[in-house]
Design a protein around this ligand. Structure first.
Ligand SMILES: Nc1ncnc2c1ncn2[C@@H]1O[C@H](COP(=O)(O)OP(=O)(O)O)[C@@H](O)[C@H]1O
Ligand SMILES: Nc1ccn([C@@H]2O[C@H](COP(=O)(O)OP(=O)(O)O)[C@@H](O)[C@H]2O)c(=O)n1
Length: 678
């Protein structure tokens, strides 16, 4: 996940490959509860790993279900209660998961036992009164432990479940949250043994697609619920939950909309047929799958099979659309960004519900689309969008994301603009709500020309602080980090281990070794083959050997491709000696970092002592001067500032001040309008 203040996406050009999307949250928690209520063991594959599913799993364990990891990642095996009573008394913490609190309240009230259900502070502000009323109407004893109408709750059935009034239809409001109805639909089969049980919805039922998901999943667990026009539901007598054995959680259809749009917008990468989305098929039970129809109407070519979709660019530019979006409120935001690539004016109607979501999404989308250069008309319940007329009319925008995951995710697609402008997404971590790895997933299937990928080079002599500053900058920007010195250090280590003396006589052999160096960077760790060499290459001796090996021209040449390979989306910070002069001459910012010899010797001394190495100040200083001399006078890529480098002597600056200076230089080079700060 990118926890940076903002994430700058470079201009992107093509896309291709396969993505596996996270499981749907609504399906995950429903399936967990149904498995827990069934007889037998259910293997659940592709379960969403999120806060909300974690609290549900913990609660199921607490009430006596066996929960074990499955054979695959994201797979779990649940042995349900069947005919056993839940373990009680129990206190169940349900975080902020409405999809756990509501159905568990209903199910536990009907199963008997004594339970307290509570959550985080925000959960205690989310109403549950309508559900409790419906359960009390049946005869259940449920008490509020805090405020009337809100969790925390106590279910007081220590003596077993009282006689329930199942003859009359159970009435529940449908116009506040469809989760109350879902909770009853999943709980009442537990008591519909002798007779049919009816539920009557009061008021117009909202979010019907979510009730449709509930009914489909109930059917998978052996319960066929009939309904009349979504107002009256009948759970048949003789209902009994039966495990389907195994069940797979569909990928989230709203999350899929960004990748469907990606396939429609981006030219396919060479040798690929656009984007393949795994985990979701055209027969998905989620309402947002109908986004596919809208995307097709705009030009996307979408095919699909069981559990997969394939999306390619079809008509280009896309075609404007006029659509009532009531059936796909969440995914429709993605259409607003697709409209940036459409000929004509796109009108999205019946989207008043956008105003009461994570933010006023209607106003937010209008504001941010305008920043990019689109013409937008914002109505009370509609949005009319006309794309920038020519490439030159696009603007480099810093997109404010309003703590709304969907705003962040859909605006990332603006990076395919024909003007080849970067797009800044502020507060990218807001995607964690449903898709923590959204940007990583996106980056795994998009490409662009190397010249669009920004590089910051930090070159300079030993112990000037290059590595420290470059790593911090990379982290602050969410960019990749290349410690080019490590390449030479590893090459020297590998050469010596192979019995090769580091001299001109062995140049060709060492270069051959460097060419196929089995090196991997895993966070802070550097691996040579399977061995962690992070410490072995950090000694002063290793630095000296690196300096020797780096003077061999063939070795330098052999390492070029490896270093270029680090230039990947979204960007790179590289440190070394020749980053700005030889490896990335087109870098947008080149810094030559230096400090006095005395200061550098002292830094290195402190650094070595703190790592538990022996170090002598005099020797260090002599070594450092020798290294400076060799690095500056060698025939290839000598250490010297690039002509267009900014020289920064940080002898009297702290690390923070140094990072800040480079940060300011970098921000000055960005095309975004002022306003977004780091
Ligand atoms: N501006 C600075 N002021 C004080 N110490 C610094 C400064 N920059 C770096 N250091 C310290 O100096 C040591 C060497 O820095 P490092 O990043 O390894 O240098 P380089 O990569 O240039 O060899 C580290 O222990 C680091 O924390
Ligand atoms: N881009 C680079 C990076 C390092 N090097 C060499 O590799 C040695 C070790 O690099 P480093 O950056 O890890 O060393 P320090 O600056 O940390 O001492 C340096 O002394 C240089 O001789 C190079 O020639 N070119």
């Amino acid at each position: 996940m990118y926890a940076t203040a903002f994430l700058d996406l470079p201009a992107l050009t093509t896309a291709g490959g396969t993505v596996q999307l996270p499981g749907s949250k609504s399906i995950s928690n429903r399936v967990l509860l149904l498995a827990a209520l069934s007889e037998g063991t259910t293997t659940i594959d592709d379960l969403l790993d999120s806060d909300d599913t974690r609290v549900m799993l913990a609660a199921l364990r607490d009430i006596g279900c066996a929960v074990e990891p499955g054979a695959q990642p994201h797979s779990v095996r649940i042995t349900g209660l069947g005919t056993h009573a839940p373990r009680s008394p129990a206190r169940l913490f349900l975080g902020n998961a409405g999809t756990a609190m509501r159905p568990l309240t209903a199910a536990l009230a009907l199963l008997g036992g004594e339970f307290e259900l509570f959550g985080v502070a925000r959960m205690h502000e989310r109403p549950i009164g309508d559900l409790v009323d419906a359960l009390r109407q049946l005869g259940c004893r449920i008490d509020y432990l805090g405020n009337e109408g809100y969790p925390p709750l106590r279910i007081a059935h220590a003596q077993g479940v009282p006689a329930l009034a199942l003859q009359a239809p159970i009435r529940v409001r449908g116009d506040v949250s469809s989760q109350f109805l879902t909770a009853l639909l999943m709980a009442l089969p537990l008591v519909a043994t002798q007779q049919d049980v009816h539920i009557e919805v009061q008021g117009e039922l909202i979010s019907k697609p979510y009730i449709a998901i509930t009914l489909q999943l109930l059917a998978r667990f052996g319960i066929e619920v009939a309904h009349e026009n979504w107002q009256r539901f009948t759970i048949p007598a003789g209902s009994r939950y039966r495990s389907p054995g195994s069940i797979h959680v569909e990928a989230d259809a709203s999350s899929a909309s960004y990748f469907i749009a990606l396939g429609a917008i981006a030219a396919s990468a060479e040798g690929q047929n656009g984007i393949k989305i795994m985990g979701l098929g055209l027969d998905s039970i989620q309402g947002d799958i109908r986004f596919v129809e809208a995307a097709r109407a705009m030009g996307a070519q979408v095919t699909g099979g069981p559990n997969w979709l394939q999306v390619q660019r079809g008509r280009w530019p896309l075609q404007a659309l006029e659509l009532d979006c009531n059936h796909i409120p969440d995914a429709a935001m993605t259409l607003a960004v697709m409209a940036l690539y459409a000929e004509g004016t796109t009108t999205l109607r019946n989207i008043a519900s956008w105003r009461v979501k994570e933010t006023d999404r209607l106003a937010a989308m209008a504001t941010e689309l305008r920043k990019l250069g689109a013409q937008v008309e914002e109505g009370a319940d509609f949005l009319r969008i006309t794309a920038p007329a020519r490439a030159a009319d696009w603007r480099a925008a810093s997109i404010h994301t309003y703590d709304d995951h969907r705003v962040a995710m859909c605006f990332a697609l603006a990076a395919f603009n024909p003007a080849r402008l970067p797009v800044r997404i502020e507060d990218p971590k807001c995607v964690a709500k449903t898709f923590p790895d959204y940007f990583e997933t996106l980056f795994s299937v998009v490409q662009t020309a190397p010249q669009h990928i920004p590089v910051i080079c930090i070159d300079g002599p030993t112990a000037s602080g290059k590595g420290t500053v470059a790593a911090r900058l990379a982290q602050r920007l969410g960019y990749h980090f290349l410690d080019s010195g490590a390449m030479y250090r590893i090459t020297a280590l590998a050469a010596l281990r192979s019995g090769l003396a580091i001299d001109a006589a062995h140049e060709a052999q060492i270069a051959a070794l460097a060419q196929s160096l089995p090196v991997r960077f895993e966070g802070e760790r550097i691996l040579l083959g399977d061995e962690d060499v992070s410490s072995a290459i950090r000694t002063e001796e290793a630095g000296m050997n690196a300096s020797r090996v780096s003077a061999l021209p063939a070795v330098r040449q052999a390492l070029v491709a490896l270093q270029h390979g680090f230039r990947r989306v979204p960007g790179l910070v590289a440190d070394g000696r020749d980053m700005g002069t030889v490896i990335f001459p087109d870098a947008r910012l080149k810094v030559f970092l230096t400090a006095s010899v005395a200061e550098r010797a002292e830094r290195r001394h402190k650094q070595l002592i703190s790592k538990g190495f022996n170090a002598n100040m005099q020797d260090l200083r002599a070594d450092l001067e020798a290294r400076d001399a060799r690095d500056s006078t060698r025939s290839v890529a000598p250490l010297q500032p690039a002509q267009d480098a900014l020289v920064l002597d940080n002898s009297h600056l702290t690390i923070e001040q140094t990072v800040e200076q480079v940060w300011v230089w970098w921000q000055e080079r960005q095309p975004f309008a002022l306003g977004a700060q780091g």
